[in-house]
Design a protein around this ligand. Structure first.
Ligand code: ADP
Ligand code: MG
Length: 601
C-alpha cells in the first residue's frame, strides 16, 4: 500500500486545506486528509502546495496532520446495484433516514458504494475471439425488475476477447472477462469513472420524442424532448420540489436520477418515505426500481454538495450508455451555486456578480451540456434529460444563477408566486414560460392525433387573449366587455380550472396520459368554438355558461382515470347535444324573425 504519496497539512480554512509535499499529485486527484483520512479532492496546485477541498466534516484538523494521495482522480463506482440506492454527494450509501437527518456518516468511514458481497446472475453476450470495441456490451444482468443492466467494456478498452466467465453468479469484484489489445485488460462487473469527466459517445442526434411527464401544462403547452434541458425557477414555496417530485414519479424515462442538493433534510425524508411505496403506472413495478437518489441536504458538508451534481450526472451517463433514457432532476442548483460561491471565496478567487465566481456560467454550461440524445459507443440510442430547479432569492429572476441557466437550457417553466398564493398548482406560468422543443415533438403528437397542434394553439390563444383582457377587466370590470370577450374570459377560466390546475395529491389527477390530456383540451376548445357561434346567432352568453355540461367537463380531470378515458366521449356527446339544443333554438328564432311559421305567437 505504500505507493501512496505523503504530504503535510500547512493550513486549514473551513473545508479548504493546503498541503505540502504531495509531489506527483495531479488536479482532481483524491486526497485522504488527517488522522481520520477524510476524503478530499485536489482542486488547485500552486507550486508545491496542493489545495484540497475536503468532503467531510474536518473539525479538529490542524497543520502538521498527514495527507495521503493515491494519485487517482475522484471517481464514481459504476456497476449493478446503483439502482434503488441513496447516496451522499461523494457516492457513499446513506443506508437509513437517520443518516440523512442527523448523525450522518461517521468521519472517514470508507463504505463501498456498491454491495461487494452480493452475487449477480451474469449472462455473457460475447464469446472468446470476438472483437471488443470501446463501450461494447459484454453481457447482461437483471439489476431490478425494471432495469436490464448491460455490462460494458470501458470506453478506452479495445481488442479481442480472450476469455469470458460462463453464465453464472458473480460479485462486482470478480474478474469476468479479459481483452487482448494494445494493452491487456481484465474486466469486472464494476468499473470506476472520474466524476468530473464526461463519458464519451458516438454522436449527438435529434430526439423528436417528448419526455412525457404526465403534467398537463408541461406536456401540452411547454413540452420537453428526451435529451432536452429545462429549468424550473421559482421563489420559496412556489412548488419547485413538488414539480420535480411529480416528474421523478411519473415521467416516462427509463431511469431517474434525483439529486437533492442543499435542500432541507425533512424533504428528503419525505421522498424516502414516499417513493418506496409508489408504483410505476407504465410497468406496474415499484418506482424505486428505476431510481437513484443523491441526497446532499443543507446539514451536510458544503463541498460534497458542489460535487453531488457531477456524481449524479456521471451515473446518468453510465445508464445512457446502456441505451436508456435517463432523466436527471437537480433540486436546487441555486444551493449548488451557493456552495460554489462559498468555496471560491475561501480560495480567494475574484468574485463576480453577487459574489459568485466568474466561472459560475462555465460550470452551469458544463452541467447542462451533459444532457442530450445520443448514439452510444455500442451503437444504441440513449438520452439524458436534465431538469434543474433554481430558487432565486426573493423570486427575482434577474439574479445570476437564473440568468446564466436560461442561456443553457431550452425550456423555461417559470413558477408564479401569484398562482401559488392562489393555490393554483402547478404554479407554472403560461405567460412567462417557454419551450424551444415544439417543432421537435410536433410529429410525435401528430402521430397520436393530427389535431394536437391546432388544439394546443387555439387553447394558448384563448389564454393569451384572457391575459390581455384581464388588464382591462381590472379597470372597468368584466361586464363592460363585449360578449365575445366575456366568452374568452369564461373559456380561459375553464382551461385553467379543468386543465392547467393539476393536483399532485389526487390519485386520478396526479398523472395524466397524453390521450387524456388531448381529449380534455379538445372539450374546452370545442366548447369555446361552439359557444362563439351561438352568441353570434344571438344566444345569451349566460345560458351557455350555465349549461350543466360546462361545469361537468371541468371536473373530468379528477373523475376519470387514465385507464377509462373512453368515458370522456360520453361527456363530449352530452356537451354537444346541450350546445346544439341551444343552436336549434337560435335557428327557430331566426326563422320566426323572418316571418316563418313556428307556432310561437
Ligand atoms: N402540484 C401541486 N399540487 C398540490 N400542491 C402543491 C403542488 N405544488 C406545490 N404545492 C403546495 O405548495 C407547497 C410548497 O411546494 P414546494 O415544492 O415545497 O415549494 P419549493 O420547493 O418551491 O419551495 C407544497 O407543500 C404543497 O402544499
Ligand atoms: Mg423546495
Amino acid at each position: 500500500m505504500d505507493d501512496l504519496i505523503h504530504g503535510l497539512v500547512t493550513s486549514v480554512n473551513g473545508p479548504i486545506v493546503r498541503a505540502r509535499g504531495l509531489t506527483g499529485v495531479s488536479m482532481l486527484d483524491i486526497a485522504e486528509v488527517g488522522p481520520d483520512r477524510l476524503i478530499g479532492e485536489v482542486i488547485k496546485l500552486d507550486g508545491d502546495v496542493a489545495i484540497i477541498q475536503v468532503y467531510e466534516d474536518n473539525t479538529g484538523l490542524k497543520p502538521g496532520d498527514e495527507v495521503l494521495s493515491s494519485g487517482r482522480p475522484l471517481s464514481v463506482l459504476l456497476g449493478p446495484g446503483l439502482i434503488s440506492n441513496i447516496y451522499d454527494g461523494i457516492q457513499r450509501p446513506l443506508v437509513d433516514i437517520a443518516n440523512i437527518l442527523g448523525s450522518y456518516i461517521k468521519k472517514g468511514v470508507k463504505v463501498s458504494p456498491l454491495d461487494t458481497t452480493r452475487k449477480w446472475l451474469f449472462r455473457p453476450t460475447v464469446k472468446p475471439g470476438d472483437r471488443i470495441d470501446p463501450g461494447a456490451i459484454i453481457g447482461e444482468i437483471e439489476e431490478t425488475g425494471s432495469v436490464l443492466h448491460r455490462v460494458m467494456a470501458p470506453p478506452d478498452v479495445s481488442g479481442t476477447l480472450d476469455w469470458i466467465a460462463a453464465e453464472g453468479s458473480y460479485t462486482i469484484e470478480e474478474d469476468i472477462y479479459r481483452v487482448k489489445g494494445s494493452a491487456d485488460y481484465s474486466g469486472k462487473l464494476s468499473s470506476y469513472w472520474p466524476v468530473r469527466k464526461k463519458r464519451p459517445f458516438k454522436n449527438r442526434k435529434k430526439s423528436g420524442i417528448p419526455l412525457i411527464t404526465g403534467q398537463r401544462i408541461i406536456d401540452t403547452f411547454f413540452p420537453i424532448a428526451k435529451g432536452g434541458t429545462a429549468v424550473i425557477p421559482g421563489g420559496f414555496g412556489t412548488g419547485k420540489t413538488m414539480t420535480q417530485h411529480a416528474l421523478a414519479k411519473w415521467c416516462d424515462a427509463d431511469i431517474i436520477i434525483h439529486i437533492g442538493c442543499g435542500e432541507r433534510g425533512n424533504e428528503m425524508t419525505d421522498v424516502l418515505n414516499e417513493f418506496p411505496k409508489l408504483i410505476d403506472p407504465r410497468s406496474g413495478r415499484p418506482l424505486m426500481e428505476r431510481t437513484v437518489m443523491i441526497a446532499n441536504t443543507s446539514n451536510m458538508p458544503v463541498p460534497a454538495r458542489e460535487v453531488s451534481i457531477y456524481t449524479g450526472i456521471t451515473i446518468a451517463e453510465y445508464y445512457r450508455d446502456m441505451g436508456y433514457h435517463v432523466a436527471v432532476m437537480a433540486d436546487s442548483t441555486s444551493r449548488w451555486a451557493e456552495a460554489l460561491r462559498e468555496l471560491s471565496s475561501r480560495l480567494g478567487d475574484m468574485p463576480a456578480e453577487e459574489g459568485f465566481p466568474s466561472y459560475l456560467a462555465t460550470r452551469l454550461a458544463e452541467f447542462y451540456e451533459r444532457a442530450g440524445y445520443i448514439e452510444t459507443l455500442a451503437g444504441m440510442e440513449g438520452s439524458i434529460t436534465t431538469i434543474g430547479a433554481v430558487s432565486p432569492p426573493g423570486g427575482d429572476f434577474s439574479e445570476p444563477v437564473t440568468q446564466h441557466t436560461t442561456r443553457f437550457v431550452r425550456c423555461f417553466w417559470a413558477l408564479d408566486k401569484v398562482l401559488a398564493d392562489a393555490r393554483h398548482y402547478p404554479s407554472i406560468s403560461w405567460i412567462d414560460s417557454y419551450t424551444e422543443y415544439i417543432d421537435e415533438v410536433r410529429s410525435w403528437w401528430n402521430d397520436l392525433d393530427s389535431s394536437w397542434y391546432g388544439t394546443r394553439n387555439d387553447a394558448m390563444h384563448i389564454l393569451l387573449e384572457d391575459n390581455r383582457l384581464q388588464q382591462i377587466v381590472k379597470l372597468v370590470g368584466p361586464d363592460a366587455l363585449p360578449v365575445a370577450e366575456q366568452l374568452i374570459l369564461f373559456s380561459a377560466e375553464m382551461i385553467k380550472n379543468g386543465f392547467l390546475q393539476q393536483n399532485s395529491f389526487d390519485p386520478k389527477d396526479m398523472h395524466c396520459s397524453p390521450d387524456k390530456q388531448l381529449m380534455l383540451l379538445k372539450l374546452f376548445v370545442d366548447f369555446y368554438h361552439e359557444a362563439k357561434r351561438l352568441i353570434a346567432s344571438g344566444i345569451d352568453l349566460k345560458r351557455i355558461t350555465s349549461l350543466s355540461a360546462a361545469s361537468e367537463i371541468i371536473r373530468l380531470k379528477s373523475e376519470i382515470d387514465n385507464s377509462e378515458i373512453d368515458r370522456i366521449n360520453t361527456h363530449e356527446q352530452e356537451m354537444k347535444s346541450q350546445l346544439s339544443a341551444l343552436g336549434a333554438e337560435a335557428a327557430k328564432k331566426t326563422v320566426a324573425a323572418a316571418g316563418g311559421t313556428d307556432g310561437t305567437p
